[in-house]
Ligand binder design. Structure first.
Ligand SMILES: [Fe+2]
Length: 191
């Protein structure tokens, strides 16, 4: 497969957000605002380039499909974590794609293992959790804890919960270009 120029990759990401980023995330913030907030918190907490990129793009699967943004209310799980991680695998390695693929499982894990976590979830997250299979069984949780990117998936998940602040003023999409570029180049060059 021919490699896209980094500028084309940044353009592809910009277009994805331009096309559907203004849609509601479901908690008073848009998809783009949610993505930017989550990535800003990952940056604040000193995450790697790859994990900041993963966090910025963790919900890209919601923006790729042609379904309306209120499908969860219709009882449909779009499996956006799978769609998103497959799309991202065109450009990035496992350090980006795996936390994205696992971020829904991380919610199911935390709901099963961390006292008080479920109660703190937003209403939209509680609804989607039910559609995504609910809290993990202890066996599922033990298997999940053995995933190579388990820790990164949990960190992403916590930023995901945090990135729902109405009126938050943070960095714009361009601010994250260098993290995206570095993650892409490292993967392309096999580093
Ligand atoms: Fe999210």
């Amino acid at each position: 497969m021919s490699q896209p120029h980094t500028q084309n990759l940044l353009e592809a990401i910009r277009k994805v957000f331009q096309r559907r980023g203004a849609e509601g995330y479901g908690e008073g913030v848009s998809q783009l605002e949610h993505a930017l907030q989550c990535a800003a918190f990952a940056e604040r907490d000193g995450a790697s380039d790859a994990l900041i990129t993963a966090t910025l793009l963790h919900d890209v699967g919601h923006l790729l499909h042609e379904l309306p943004d209120n499908v969860a209310e219709q009882g449909i799980d779009t499996q956006h974590e799978s769609t998103g991680s497959v799309w991202l695998s065109q450009y990035f390695g496992l350090a980006v794609t795996e936390p994205v693929r696992l971020h829904v499982a991380a919610k199911r894990y935390l709901a099963a293992t961390e006292p008080g976590y479920f109660g703190r979830l937003s209403d939209a997250s509680k609804l989607s959790l039910r559609l995504q299979g609910g809290p993990m069984s202890s066996q599922q949780a033990a298997t999940f804890a053995g995933e190579t990117y388990f820790e990164d998936a949990l960190r992403l998940r916590r930023w995901d919960e945090e990135g729902k602040i109405v009126g938050y003023q943070g960095p714009d999409l361009v601010h994250f270009n260098n993290y995206i570029k570095d993650s892409y180049i490292r993967n392309r060059d096999g580093g």
